[in-house]
Write a new protein. Sequence first.
Length: 85
Amino acid sequence: HLLQNRRNGSQQNPSWWQKRAFQIFASFAIKPGLWSIAAKLGRIGQRLQGLVKGTLLDPARAWTKTRDLPPVPKESFREWWRNRS
């Protein structure tokens, strides 16, 4: 199934907003400082999810109607590694 999904996905052209979303993601993913800031903001944003979920302010409203986002860890692996005893 994974190979079939990969084949089908590679044959489709992503929409303009999907391309843009991956460009934005890539700009954060290649810079550790930006990634760290985004992770900290994600922890803060997750606290607000209950207020926004399912409302018009929810950018992923169609997706979150039937799904929950996974919890953001309290600390990243890098933070855990740095703070371990």
